[in-house]
Design a protein around this ligand. Sequence first.
Ligand SMILES: *Cc1c(COP(=O)(O)O)cnc(C)c1O
Length: 425
Amino acid sequence: MTWDASRETAERLDRDDGLARFRDEFYIPEGSIYLDGNSLGLMSRRAEKSLMEVVSAWKEYGIDGWTSGEFPWFDLSEKLGEQNAPLVGAEPGEVIVTGSTTLNLHQLLGTFYRPEGKRTRILADELAFPSDIYAMQSQLRLHGLNPEEHLIRVASRDGRTLEEEDLIAQMTDEVAVIVLPSVLYKSGQLLDMKRLTEAARARGIPIGFDLCHSVGAIPHRLHKWGVDFAFWCNYKYLNSGPGGVGGLFVHRNHFGRMPGLAGWFSSDKSIQFDMEHRLTPAGDAGAFQIGTPHILSLAPLIGSLEIFVEAGIDRIREKSLKQTRYLMDLVEKEMPGMNFSFGNPVEDHRRGGHVCLVHEEAVRISKSLKEKGVVPDFRAPDVIRLAPVALYTSYTEVWEAVRILKEIMETKDYERHEKKRGVVA
Ligand SMILES: *Cc1c(COP(=O)(O)O)cnc(C)c1O
């Protein structure tokens, strides 16, 4: 196909798009092209509906809402775990919807980080999300170990991406556990989880992944690959709302382990209300819950996950790749000489759900874009993240966003703005 940058082409891509109908399910902020679904997914009508149903159950049943109504609260975390499981390639019982990304990482390190003899180190990377690093550092301190010495952060060669072979080279007999991202939050690089897991298993080191930037955007095969554990938030591509309850995966091989951080919701549910002081943990990933689930923050996920079941994660990934490719093509071919480059790998198999556009004026360009109705997000010092989300972003919006970006560059509109990032950026 020869390159065609016309708006008609974008409109034709929308007409031929099998997922286009899902856009009507979402509340798109008035007058905006929302390219920030990798930070906070938009609200769908179905998520709103399930939230309101749970609110009504509280109104109607009081305490009996735990066991009554359409979505009884007592086993809601397990039910949502079952629905979440196909998105990460898990078997029944391996996923529980609970906690938050950071809390779940603490729980999983509390469970899987067992320093012994010379195996004392945690292997991570220097591009990891800060919260993950803080959790690992504090877990080391809890074991009386110095993070400076015992946390290995594998270096990036280019400051944006990681090489699998560099990560594997550091999987030594001093490493007790490995924690890596699936997709890097800034550059959008997708790591080869299968290869990394094989390497870790061959060396007898437990490995876990932070799936925040891949869940809901990319298919996974966690069970088949033999990943030991994983954790994520549901409020990015899974659209469960700000602060929505997160998720975790524990491979069946580890069922029956005592949770590192226990609470009464870690219990086998059939005997939880016996109120014994001796914990009998659930026989599956449910054991890694701690206390009473945050029901109101779980509720939107009920409706949201239905949409993923209908749309299918493979179709979502296919469209997402096509949209990020289209976006990169437009930038590359329509805006030469404007000093943009891509921080993300350009190959399909190494690219996550967003494009990492690099420019030394990224802060001011982001402000200009936002003022003109395009919602990107800025990551210091020079990154503009743009995420077309398969369920609600149209090709025409991608086209229009690039047209606006080009106009901003041609008129130097960004120069009107201050070179300083906002508090939430
Ligand atoms: C969004 C994100 C988090 C957020 O953690 P919370 O505990 O949900 O605040 C953590 N890690 C990564 C990689 C993220 O992208």
